[in-house]
Write a protein that binds this ligand. Structure first.
Ligand SMILES: Cc1cc2nc3c(=O)[nH]c(=O)nc-3n(C[C@H](O)[C@H](O)[C@H](O)COP(=O)(O)OP(=O)(O)OC[C@H]3O[C@@H](n4cnc5c(N)ncnc54)[C@H](O)[C@@H]3O)c2cc1C
Length: 394
């Protein structure tokens, strides 16, 4: 993908966005609007070219995406399955599950940013450090170059810091098969098996009878290192009866679920996974990140309309609701006590809660009644003990 940018020789910017991934590019696209044309904005990104490096999926609930990003999804499913060795729940929801290859997003975002002469892009650069300086911040790049800015938007994603940390980790292969192995009208949201080291499931987005993205996904402490490749091969063979295939795309991730929070600093705004956009129980951060970016742009516009200096701009970002986060922590505490029982808890939720209510719950959009329905589907004593039994919340 062509990403040629003119880079100014001056080293002083109103806003620097560190990271041109989902959060950084979506914010830069928001800031490409004419009302921000008087600002000097710089995006710093280590990668030198944009290729498809991941696949974003999300439930397309009403208002899932800001207007600017609507219509990018490539495939939609309304039928989906949650299963384990003994149960196979076929669900159908009004809300579709949508899939978007990252390159489609990158292409659209870069096209929007390229049209804005006040935004510049430095690829092949990494932010190393920053410190307060007169009227803003001094940023130091890996390699030694320094920049000055009024405000830093830091989207560098959190990495796994400790073996004890909770992580969602996965490897996915897109495969092209000789035999007709997949049912394109029904996706596998979670096909569980019983494990002792964490929650494990296979996820499959079937595009046609001959092609699909098949992923092996774990939620566990970071110290658990499974053999992902063997797991995908096994799933292809035993679950999809697929012997002859070509791998056309690979992706992988290790997403810390509750990354360590640093204390807020003046003039530094964290966005995306760095800014708490990831929902622990699902590993979803895509839609929340796009909304965060739009929120930051609106907050900036409001701030500037009041002629207040950038250094005093401190937007409070929308993050995962405290209640959903608390429910996720309680859930994980229960799961870790008895990993082999964990698939049963998920199946109970999907069995007893209506599919669209479940979809809203997974998307962080549920009503109180729907949250209660989810709680009601779970073994109450066990969860109450975990919630109020005085065990430490990590
Ligand atoms: C393979 C994969 C699949 C995923 N699938 C889904 C999904 O289906 N649904 C969903 O909701 N979520 C999904 N996620 C989670 C989440 O949506 C993504 O991680 C998303 O890309 C997060 O956006 P972000 O901007 O926070 O991070 P990123 O998109 O990773 O962007 C961070 C950027 O910072 C750059 N960077 C790193 N270090 C530096 C530095 N020192 N200086 C400057 N820049 C730096 C990186 O190169 C990168 O471009 C997935 C994650 C992965 C890894």
């Amino acid at each position: 993908m062509q990403t040629a940018w003119n880079f100014a020789t001056e080293q002083s910017w109103d806003i620097v966005i560190a990271g041109g991934g989902l959060a950084g590019l979506s914010l830069a696209a928001e800031l490409s609007a004419p009302e921000f044309a008087h600002l000097r904005v710089l995006v710093i990104e280590p990668r030198t070219s944009y290729l498809r490096d991941r696949t974003w999926s999300y439930w397309s609930v009403s208002g899932a995406l800001p207007q600017r990003w609507q219509g990018l999804a490539k495939t939609l499913w309304r039928k989906w399955r949650v299963s384990d060795a003994s149960k196979n729940l076929l669900c159908e929801s009004r809300t579709a599950y949508a899939m978007l290859p990252a390159d489609a997003f990158y292409e659209q975002a870069l096209a929007q940013i390229r049209q804005a002469s006040h935004i510049q892009f430095k690829q092949g650069y990494s932010l190393h450090n920053f410190r307060s300086a007169a009227q803003g911040l001094m940023l130091e790049m890996l390699g030694g170059e320094s920049l000055r800015c009024g405000c830093l938007i830091d989207t560098r994603p959190p990495t796994v810091q400790s073996p004890q940390e909770w992580v969602q980790h996965f490897v996915g292969w897109e495969v092209q098969t000789q035999e007709a192995c997949f049912e394109p009208e029904c996706m596998d949201l979670m096909a569980f098996d019983q494990q002792t080291k964490g929650l494990h499931f296979v996820y499959c987005l079937p595009y046609s009878p001959h092609s699909a993205l098949v992923e092996t996904t774990w939620i566990s402490r970071a110290q658990h290192r499974p053999d992902y490749e063997a797991e995908i091969k096994q799933a292809l063979l035993s679950r999809f009866k697929c012997e002859h295939y070509e791998i056309t795309f690979r992706e992988q991730g290790a997403l810390p679920l509750w990354p360590a929070q640093t204390s807020p600093q003046p003039n530094v705004i964290k966005l995306g996974r760095a800014g708490g956009a990831l929902r622990a129980s699902t590993g979803y951060a895509f839609t929340a990140t796009l909304w965060q970016a739009q929120y930051v742009a609106k907050s900036l516009q409001h701030h500037l309309s009041q002629s207040i200096s950038l250094q005093n701009w401190i937007p409070v970002l929308p993050t995962i609701s405290r209640l959903d986060d608390w429910m996720d922590r309680v859930l994980f505490r229960v799961l870790e006590d008895d990993w082999p029982a964990a698939p049963g808890y998920f199946l109970a939720m999907f069995e007893h809660v209506a599919p669209d209510a479940m979809v809203r719950f997974l998307s962080g959009r549920s009503t109180w009644v729907e949250r209660l329905a989810v709680m009601n589907s779970l073994p109450k004593l066990r969860f109450l003990k975990a919630a109020f039994g005085g065990e430490k919340l990590e």
